[in-house]
Write a protein that binds this ligand. Structure first.
Ligand code: CTP
Ligand code: CA
Length: 226
C-alpha cells in the first residue's frame, strides 16, 4: 500500500508535527538531550504532506535530514517548541507530538562555559512545560495526537497520558522492544483513543506506521473512510 499514490484525505488541513529530541542548555557548549532520532515525526510529516496536508515540522535535534519540500521550524528547548507551536496554533487542525521533549531542564543556563572545580558537581533541574498538556487545555476544534514512550505497563500509562493531556489519539510504543522506538527504522505501536485500544500494529516501517495513523486520524477529522 505504501509507495502507491496516497489518497489526498488531508487536503486543506493544517498539521503541526513535532519531531526529534529537545535540547536543554547547561552552558554555551553543553546541553542535555535524548536518543530521539526524529525518524517517526519526519515520516509522519512526509506522509501527511503526500495526503494533501499543509505541514509544519517543528523539529528539535534530529539525526536525519527532513525532506526539502517540507516547512521546517528548527527549535532547541521545550519552551522553544511550545512557542513555535503557539505561533502556528490559531488555524491549526491537527497537532501530532512525536517529539521526545525533555521533562526537566537546568534551572540556570550559564552564559559562559562553566569551569570545573570540585570533585562533584550538582545540576539543579526544574520541570519543563508539558506542551501537550497545555495544548489539551486550550484546544477547541484541534485534534491532538500524542506519543507515549514506555518500558512497562504500556496500556495503563498510555491511557493515563491520553486522559491527562486531553488527546484524541495516543500512540504507544514499548521502547524496550527490538524493532521499536528510538533510532529504529521500524516501530511497533498501539493506537489508543478515549474508549481504549483502536489498533495494535505489527512491526512496520515508520512510514507505514505514519500512514496507518494518519488514515485513522483523517477518518476522525474529516469523517471520511478509506
Ligand atoms: N510531551 C510534551 N511536553 C513535555 C513532555 C512530553 O508535549 N514536557 C509530550 C510528548 O511529545 C509526547 C507525550 O507528551 O507526545 C508523552 O510523552 P512522554 O514522555 O511519554 O510522557 P510524560 O508525560 O513526559 O511522562 P513520563 O515521561 O513520566 O512517562
Ligand atoms: Ca517524558
Amino acid at each position: 500500500e505504501v509507495g502507491q499514490v496516497k489518497p489526498r484525505l488531508l487536503e486543506g488541513k493544517k498539521i503541526i508535527v513535532t519531531a526529534g529530541g529537545t535540547i536543554e542548555r547547561i552552558d554555551p557548549v553543553r546541553y542535555i538531550t535524548n536518543d530521539s532520532s526524529g525518524k517517526m515525526g519526519i515520516a509522519i510529516a512526509k506522509v501527511a504532506r503526500d495526503m494533501g496536508a499543509e505541514v509544519y515540522l517543528v523539529a528539535g535535534h534530529i539525526d536525519v535530514a527532513p525532506p526539502k519540500d517540507i516547512h521546517v521550524i528548527p527549535v532547541q528547548s521545550a519552551q522553544d517548541m511550545y512557542d513555535a507551536i503557539l505561533a502556528l496554533w490559531e488555524d491549526t487542525d491537527v497537532v501530532i507530538k512525536a517529539a521526545a521533549v525533555a521533562d526537566y531542564r537546568p534551572r540556570n543556563a550559564a552564559d559562559q562555559k562553566m569551569k570545573k572545580s570540585g570533585e562533584t558537581m550538582t545540576l539543579e533541574m526544574v520541570k519543563t512545560v508539558d506542551i501537550l498538556e497545555q495544548l489539551g487545555r486550550m484546544k477547541k476544534s484541534q485534534f491532538l495526537v500524542g506519543f507515549a514512550a514506555e518500558t512497562n505497563d504500556v496500556e495503563t500509562y498510555t491511557r493515563e497520558k491520553l486522559i491527562r493531556k486531553n488527546c484524541d489519539l495516543m500512540v504507544a510504543n514499548d521502547v524496550t522492544t527490538e524493532g521499536a522506538g528510538f533510532r529504529s527504522d521500524t516501530n511497533i505501536v498501539q493506537i489508543h483513543d478515549r474508549n481504549g485500544l483502536v489498533e495494535q500494529l505489527p512491526m512496520l516501517s515508520k512510514e507505514e506506521v505514519a500512514h496507518r495513523l494518519l488514515t485513522i486520524m483523517a477518518e476522525r477529522v474529516c469523517g471520511v473512510h478509506s
